[in-house]
Each structure stands twice: as C-alpha cells, then as structure tokens.
Design a binder for this molecule. Structure first.
Ligand SMILES: *[C@@H]1O[C@H](CO)[C@@H](O)[C@H](O)[C@H]1NC(C)=O
Ligand SMILES: *[C@@H]1O[C@H](CO)[C@@H](O)[C@H](O)[C@H]1NC(C)=O
Ligand SMILES: *[C@@H]1O[C@H](CO)[C@@H](O)[C@H](O)[C@H]1NC(C)=O
Ligand SMILES: *[C@@H]1O[C@H](CO)[C@@H](O)[C@H](O)[C@H]1NC(C)=O
Ligand SMILES: *[C@@H]1O[C@H](CO)[C@@H](O)[C@H](O)[C@H]1NC(C)=O
Ligand SMILES: *[C@@H]1O[C@H](CO)[C@@H](O)[C@H](O)[C@H]1NC(C)=O
Ligand SMILES: *[C@@H]1O[C@H](CO)[C@@H](O)[C@H](O)[C@H]1NC(C)=O
Ligand SMILES: *[C@@H]1O[C@H](CO)[C@@H](O)[C@H](O)[C@H]1NC(C)=O
Length: 428
C-alpha cells in the first residue's frame, strides 16, 4: 500500500480522533474471566507493570532489531516472521523489543510513501545481494509481494508475535539507521548530528499512531541509549536538555495513543536514571515528579547493563554498582532519595552465549531474579542483513545462529535463558 502525502497526514489526525472515540465507546472493561490475551492496555503502578486485569506483568524477552541499514526487521531472508516468533515463544518469552529508526519515517514524509522491500534491499546491500536477499525474504514470507513495504514487514512481525502471544515493545533505536552506538555516530543527543528533534517527535507520533492497530503493542521507548555526542560536540548534554526534550515527546506520544506505556531512558547510554527516581534538581529549575503528568500511570524507566559498563570482583560489588545507577528503587526498604516509585525494566544486556557460565551473566541473573526485574536481552540475531558495512554479519551475541535455523548455543538456552525466564516469571 502506498500513502499519498496528504492521505498520510490526514490519516494521522483522523486516526487519533477515532482512537479516542473508540476508547470511550468500545473498551468497556470486560468481566475478568471473559478477558483474553493480550490483556491490554497496561498501566504502571508503583514498581509494577499491570495488565488490564490488574495482574502483574514481568517482561521477559529479546531485542529484534529493525533499525539497521535496510530498516527491515532482521532475519526474514532466513525464516518467516512466524517461525522466528514461534522460536521466541518456545523459550517462554512474552515480549520483543522491536527497534526502528526515525529515518524510516523521514523517508515516508520525504517521498510521500513508504519504501518497498526490493528497493530498500537493493539500495542498502547492492544490486546483486539486494535482489538475492529480497527473493529469499519473499520465499520465506509468502504473504509478502513486490509492493510490500518496510512498515508492512514490521506489521508482519507484530502479527506473527500476536499469533504466538508475544507482546511488542517499540524502540526508537536510531535517528539514522545503522549499528548502535558510539559517541561519534551522530545518533546520541538531541539536536546534534543526525538527531533532528522535530523529525524524532514526528516519527514517534507517526509510529504511536500507525502501530495502534497492533493488538499486542504494549509500550514504546522514546530514545535508545542517550549519550554525549563528541562529533559534533553536544554542549547541551545533561538532565536539563533531557527534560526539555523527553517530557514533551512523552506527552506527544501519549496524546496520540494513551493506551501504551512510555519507557524513559536515562543518560550515559541508559546507565543512569537516579535523578528521575530521587526527584532531585535536573537544572533549569526542572524536577521530575510523575504526579505532574497526565501520563503518570504509563511511565516506566529503562536501564541497560553490559559487562563493559562495570568492573566488579564479585556479585555483591556488581549489585551495589547497579543499585547506584538507579535500581535501588526496586528495593521497597529503601526510601531515601525516592520521590518517584516507578517500574524499571532492563531493556538491554548481553554477552556471547557460550560465556553464560562466566561471572557477568551469573551475577546479572542473580540480580534480576532477586530484585524482580523484567528484561529484554540483546539480541535475537542470528546474522544481520548488513552491519558496520559487512554483508550477512554474524551476530556473535545472538540467541540464533548465523542462518537463523537453530540456537547459537544450546546450553546457554537450556541452562541460562529458559531458567531465567522461568525464575523471572515465578518472581510474581
Ligand atoms: C502485498 O502484500 C501486502 C502486505 O505485505 C498486502 O497488503 C497487499 O495486499 C499485497 N498485494 C497484493 C497485490 O497481493
Ligand atoms: C561509530 O559509529 C559510526 C557509525 O556506525 C562508524 O562509522 C564509526 O566508525 C564508529 N566509530 C568507532 C570509533 O567505532
Ligand atoms: C530538521 O528536519 C526538518 C525537516 O523535517 C528541517 O526542516 C529542519 O531544518 C531540520 N532541523 C535541523 C536543526 O536541522
Ligand atoms: C566482594 O568484594 C568486596 C570488595 O572486593 C569485598 O569487600 C566483599 O567481601 C566481597 N564479597 C564476597 C561475598 O565475597
Ligand atoms: C534491600 O535493602 C536492604 C536495606 O539496605 C538490604 O538489607 C537488602 O539486602 C536489599 N535487598 C536486595 C534484594 O538487595
Ligand atoms: C541521595 O542523593 C544525593 C544527591 O544526589 C546523594 O548525594 C546521596 O548520596 C543520595 N543518597 C542515597 C542514599 O542514595
Ligand atoms: C556452548 O557453550 C558451552 C559453554 O561455554 C561450550 O562448552 C559449548 O562448546 C558451546 N557450544 C557451541 C555449539 O558453541
Ligand atoms: C546453518 O548453519 C549451521 C551452523 O552454522 C549449519 O550447520 C547448517 O548447515 C546451516 N544450514 C543451512 C540451511 O544453511
């Protein structure tokens, strides 16, 4: 389907109106026993995410990137969206964090229509490989055709996940599509490099509206791994600019789709959120106090953790360090410096699966389970269509092998991921 430019814009405005009429008239709460999965909308209540029945939800899932150069969810040249979703579900996982790039939406506004799959693969992978990958994607996903677009590939992933009872969390991962993240990639900070704030908010609103048709959409994060930009040097880096950009963006998303949870990430590549919990001065006279916002019951915080973020000698030191980043809020017995009790989800952590017995994965597992923390691990791939300029890049940290046919390391699945899923869910 092609959007004309005018159609696209009126589609957003009219759609938003329809959504709110429908919310008033169509979503009378059903008696508990009549409610069926996906149990949406979710709300944020104290430290918990609650489903529409009021039951606590723990995110247990994986990142499914769709924000690298072709801007198509990864893996579809090796398997159908359905087969991949089935594999995720077989681990007991209940959510994917689906990454998209603002550039995809910029293209739609610029061209007046979304880009079809053949065009995106040829443009990003080259004529020969692009054609090959395009044909493999069609062969594996027979519902696709010559006019299927990037957003329709996202639709297919969301639908496959719905079929396997997997929720979708949308993640604005990049401004310019590509591999994330470093300090000079121009994607890290508001208004610097490729990070055009107007386009970012426009993209968030577009996606919040467009994806409201996905029954299993539950939440959206606004910006992945905010970080200083060294090239060009981001002089505004800090909490003040965070507040001036994130709060209006959250409000804009909420105005378009008031059902979804809004995930707020912190600074330093999403390893710092303390002032959002403490309510301390952010500079410029700003303080974060959730009661000020009409989306207070939709706010969730996210943090990331990788072994290279920390040096630690044992799991106690590891946990203490994580506490200082903001996780102390999960401990109800700590009341000092807590103004906003909000759920926190670890939306990224990762390691090469064959190293699952080493201290970082093991301490991490203990920490997540002891503190009742939901998570989405990095990541699902497999291989990437193209990453850092390399075609068919083998993702050594992925759950799946290079050709998406089997787990990369069976022991890591059996001894680490499945037990972690079960222990997290049992922590309810
Ligand atoms: C092509 O696929 C898209 C979804 O990917 C679908 O909406 C459209 O109807 C299909 N077109 C044809 C001609 O089958
Ligand atoms: C940072 O990322 C950009 C974009 O992916 C890449 O071109 C550049 O080489 C990276 N720099 C370093 C030091 O890795
Ligand atoms: C951001 O992009 C818009 C187009 O959507 C453009 O008009 C504007 O000049 C850009 N802003 C900056 C600061 O580059
Ligand atoms: C962990 O390491 C710290 C600092 O090296 C030490 O003080 C502490 O006793 C250790 N804890 C355990 C349980 O080994
Ligand atoms: C929570 O904090 C208390 C008091 O500081 C501490 O004794 C307890 O071990 C903490 N709980 C966890 C799970 O870390
Ligand atoms: C509370 O916040 C202040 C100011 O940020 C900080 O100096 C102090 O260490 C914090 N206290 C605790 C217990 O986290
Ligand atoms: C999986 O990881 C285990 C533990 O490190 C290792 O012994 C095994 O060789 C790995 N298997 C594969 C297929 O890499
Ligand atoms: C997929 O990869 C595995 C190991 O990397 C290999 O054994 C297998 O033959 C491959 N399958 C196909 C269909 O390419």
């Amino acid at each position: 389907m092609k959007f004309g430019h005018t159609t696209l814009l009126s589609h957003i405005a009219v759609g938003a109106a329809l959504v709110s009429i429908c919310r008033a008239q169509c979503q009378q709460p059903l008696p508990q026993n009549e409610q069926k999965w996906p149990y949406t909308p979710f709300t944020s209540s104290g430290l918990n995410i609650l489903d529409s029945r009021g039951q606590r939800v723990s995110y247990v899932g994986t990142n499914w990137p769709g924000s690298l150069r072709p801007m198509v969810p990864e893996g579809l040249q090796y398997a159908s969206a359905d087969a991949i979703a089935e594999k995720i579900a077989s681990l007991g996982m209940n959510v994917i964090r689906l990454a998209w790039a603002t550039e995809m939406i910029d293209d739609i506004y610029e061209n007046g229509h979304d880009t079809d799959l053949r065009t995106t693969f040829v443009e990003t992978l080259g004529e020969t490989t692009g054609e090959q990958v395009y044909h493999e994607v069609l062969r594996n996903n027979p519902e696709f055709n010559h006019s299927t677009t990037r957003l329709q590939a996202f639709d297919a992933v969301a639908a496959a996940c719905a079929k396997h009872k997997i929720w979708v969390h949308l993640d604005n991962h990049q401004s310019r599509a590509g591999w994330c993240c470093n300090l000079t990639d121009g994607n890290g900070w508001f208004g610097y490099g490729y990070f055009n704030v107007t386009n970012w908010v426009r993209g968030l609103k577009f996606m919040a509206h467009y994806t409201s048709r996905w029954p299993n959409l539950v939440s959206m994060s606004l910006a992945n791994e905010l970080r200083p930009s060294l090239d060009p040097l981001s002089l505004t880096y800090g909490w003040k600019a965070w507040y001036e950009n994130m709060i209006p963006a959250a409000q804009a998303v909420h105005d378009v789709n008031s059902d979804i949870l809004i995930f707020l990430s912190g600074l330093n590549g999403d390893t710092a959120i303390s002032p959002l919990i403490s309510g301390h001065d952010l500079g410029g006279g700003y303080t974060f106090d959730k009661t000020k916002y009409n989306f207070a019951d939709k706010i969730v915080l996210e943090l990331h953790d990788y072994s290279f973020d920390q040096a630690f000698s044992n799991c106690s030191v590891f946990a203490a360090d994580l506490y200082s980043m903001g996780w102390y809020v999960m401990n109800m017995s700590i009341t000092k410096n807590v103004t906003n009790r909000l759920p926190v989800v670890m939306t990224e952590f990762g390691f090469p699966p064959e190293t699952y017995q080493s201290s970082y994965p093991q301490c991490l597992k203990e920490f997540l389970v002891n503190n009742g923390i939901g998570w989405t691990m990095w990541d699902l791939c497999g291989s990437y269509y193209i990453r850092q300029g390399i075609l068919n890049y083998d993702g050594l940290w992925g759950l799946l092998n290079e050709n998406w046919t089997a787990w990369r390391n069976e022991s890591a699945i059996e001894k680490f991921y499945i037990p972690l899923v079960q222990a997290t869910l049992a922590g309810h």
